[in-house]
Design a protein around this ligand. Structure first.
Ligand code: ATP
Ligand code: MG
Length: 426
């Protein structure tokens, strides 16, 4: 026998038992976006490699070592999208969505990063994100945070996540701070690990993000970005926090929160949880006022975030917050014994679905006796089995057997069935 082909490492199948929970999550998201006036955008999964190199930044983890990049048949370098913002900006620019107008967009879909697979970290994973354009005030920063907070509340997660906030200031302030920081790190070169030494020249802010315990003390003493903010960014940050205060959204200012990507400025935030081990960030975002210009457009302010769907699903499972009816079977399972009954059952199923638009009815196909069919009906999770045998066909009736309650089996005239099911569903 030849060896069976398996899925690619770090890329998951979503099995039928799990999809109801995903659908529940997706419905919540869709409804929420609708309520805040955000419109969905869908972009291709493949983009030109240059888009990500230019937007995310050459010296980030993603671009340095995580992208799935390959040559197309005609020699173009293409990349499976590692995140959603760059493609969203590209599409918005390409179709004139940013011209003299504001935009509130959202997206969802798979992203690809060649990382070491572990719980909460995969090579194909899914994000839901929002991107807003054309609004520079702190009100929109506050809105995207309130929107995400509302999702946690709807899902029952709000008590289990923490909002961490920081400001990266303007590009100029950050460059000045960068010099101060590099000077500090130079003084403590002996404590820096290999990764940090590499980042010292390329991306020194990222060193602040390090989880290396040996560096913790040195990092605690490092100069803080919040002390080096330009006046306007400071004002923006204060306006944001006062809006969150007014809305009753708690946060923790984390002066070491810098985010991995190059394009952020001013507000950055993360929603984190302690319930998932080290993969604790479930949503991350901030302001990226420089990105549109960086990609060749006119400067346009922008704020957004992306959440990791797998981590949120894991969190719902871990905290046992799965809604009961998300695993529900069909309302009715229709049995048919004998060829005449089979033919009639197919039509009866259609008639019932016509009459009852919300009815979920599963038809038994593939023959077999009463016993094996009723077993399948039970296993399907259906509330009732509808029984159509030779006798029922002759008499124009249907048997109704209640699978989840103590109740006598009934025989109903064919015409009465849809009314009876409607009562049952009500
Ligand atoms: P991390 O620090 O966990 O690597 P990140 O900073 O690389 O996250 P972002 O690029 O900000 O993550 O992506 C936003 C969110 O997408 C993350 O907060 C996380 O929930 C999720 N995410 C990122 N990478 C992965 C992955 N490889 N597998 C599953 N989820 C991921
Ligand atoms: Mg990462």
């Amino acid at each position: 026998m030849s060896k069976k082909i398996q899925a690619i490492r770090g890329m998951n199948d979503l099995l039928p038992e799990q999809s109801p929970l995903w659908q529940y999550f997706e419905h919540q998201v869709e409804a929420l976006m609708q309520r805040y006036g955000y419109r969905e955008i869908r972009t291709p999964i493949l983009e030109q490699t240059a888009l990500f190199a230019r937007s995310i930044g050459e010296v980030t983890d993603i671009v340095e070592k995580e992208m799935y990049t390959f040559e197309d048949r005609n020699g173009d370098s293409l990349t499976l999208r590692p995140e959603g913002t760059a493609a969203c900006v590209r599409a918005a620019m390409e179709h004139g969505l940013l011209h003299n107008q504001t935009q509130r967009l959202w997206y969802q879909g798979p992203m690809f990063r060649h990382e070491r697979p572990q719980k909460g970290r995969y090579r194909q994973f899914h994000q839901v994100g929002v991107e807003t354009f054309g609004m520079e005030g702190p009100d929109i920063d506050a809105e995207v945070i309130l929107l995400s907070a509302r999702l946690w509340k709807q899902l029952g997660l709000y008590e289990h996540v923490t909002l961490e906030l920081n400001s990266l200031g303007s590009l100029e302030a950050r460059q000045a701070y960068r010099d101060t920081l590099v000077a500090y790190f130079e003084q403590h070169r002996d404590v820096l690990d290999e990764d940090s030494l590499r980042r010292l020249s390329s991306n020194p802010l990222r060193i602040l993000d390090s989880k290396n315990a040996d560096m913790a003390e040195m990092l605690a003493g490092a100069p803080q970005l919040l002390d080096h903010l330009d006046a306007e960014s400071r004002e923006h940050f204060e306006q944001l926090t006062s809006r969150l205060d007014a809305a009753g959204i708690a946060y923790r200012i984390n002066p070491r929160l810098v985010r991995g990507l190059d394009y952020y400025s001013r507000t950055v935030f993360e929603w984190t949880t302690t319930a998932l081990g080290s993969q604790g960030t479930v949503c991350a975002g901030g302001r990226y006022d420089g990105l549109v210009e960086q990609l060749g457009g006119k400067p346009i302010p922008a704020v957004g975030f992306a959440m990791g769907v797998e981590r949120l699903i894991l969190l719902l499972e871990t905290l046992d917050l799965i809604p009961e009816d998300s695993q529900r079977g069909p309302d009715a399972y229709l049995l048919a014994m004998g060829e005449r009954a089979e033919r009639e059952a197919l039509l009866l199923g259609e008639t019932l679905r016509d009459a009852l638009p919300t009815l979920s009815l599963q038809l038994h196909c593939g023959g077999g006796g009463f016993k094996s069919q009723i077993k399948k009906a039970d296993r399907s999770g259906a509330r009732v089995a509808l029984i159509l045998g030779e006798d029922e066909v002759d008499q124009g009736t249907v048997g109704v057997k209640f699978l989840r309650e103590e109740r006598e089996q009934e025989t109903l005239a064919r015409n009465d069935i849809s009314k009876a099911l409607a009562d049952l569903l009500a």
